[in-house]
Design a binder for this molecule. Structure first.
Ligand SMILES: *Cc1c(COP(=O)(O)O)cnc(C)c1O
Length: 234
């Protein structure tokens, strides 16, 4: 087996074990392959091993890979920070956007979603660790933002997303994910999606209700160039 095939098998085993440990059906946990910085050939290999959902952070890079892989029935998720001058292209090249954190961006995505495409699936990114450097709306801003986004015609508000502060202790990981789940429940909007958990903390996220785990390193290996290219390169 290739490394990617082995990695996928390992991640699937981790997802199954984590789901079983908390009495969840592993089928309710989606595996989103985070392929930023990785070549299209890696995504093709992952597709051949059964993965269909891919998450990308940089628009130009994603569009190049979509072009190369257009023979495959892939589902594309945008998971990176969004500048308002990129919304038109995001609205036409993706099926999901996990990183919406302000109303202006949501309004633009709704207005710019092409008429012949299904509504765009949206997760609102919440800054649950309260770090100044991270994107995401503040928990106290979430109810008003969620209510407004839920009204937009060409979007479907599916749920919430978070990237908690990196924590190694399971207790801290669980606390962060559980706070996102509670915020979602408190909205009372019948949301069906919690996008949370990455390579190092997917077990805690699944225990707290994750429906998408976003996995990069554990599938494709370490990323060799900067995860934050200069603005000129995307
Ligand atoms: C890069 C990235 C991931 C994947 O992180 P890994 O630790 O490599 O699994 C998940 N979510 C977002 C938003 C990312 O930018």
């Amino acid at each position: 087996m290739s490394t990617i095939a082995e990695n996928i098998a390992t991640v699937r085993t981790r997802i199954q074990a984590a789901a079983q440990a908390c009495g969840r059906d592993p089928e309710t946990v989606g595996l989103l392959a985070v392929s930023k910085t990785k070549p299209a050939s890696d995504l093709r290999e992952a597709y051949n091993c059964g993965l269909q959902h891919f998450g990308e952070n940089y628009l130009q890079e994603a569009i190049q890979k979509q072009e190369i892989l257009k023979d495959l029935p892939l589902t594309w998720h945008f998971i990176g920070p969004i500048q308002s001058n990129k919304t038109r292209s995001i609205a036409s090249h993706f099926d999901w956007v996990h990183s919406v954190d302000r109303l202006k961006i949501a309004q633009r995505l709704s207005e710019q979603r092409p008429e012949d495409m299904l509504p765009l699936n949206i997760c609102l990114q919440v800054n649950i660790s309260g770090e100044a450097s991270k994107s995401g709306c503040l928990p106290e801003e979430l109810p008003e933002l969620a209510r407004a986004v839920a009204q937009l015609p060409n979007l479907v508000l599916r749920g919430l997303m978070a990237i908690p502060e990196a924590a190694t202790e399971p207790e801290a990981q669980h606390a962060a994910f559980s706070s996102l789940r509670k915020l979602s429940e408190a909205l009372n909007l019948n949301l069906d999606t919690l996008s949370m958990g990455m390579s190092h903390d997917l077990e805690a996220a699944i225990a707290e209700g994750a429906t998408w785990v976003r996995i990069g390193t554990a599938l494709f290996g370490a990323r060799h160039y900067s995860a934050t290219p200069s603005p000129a390169s995307h």
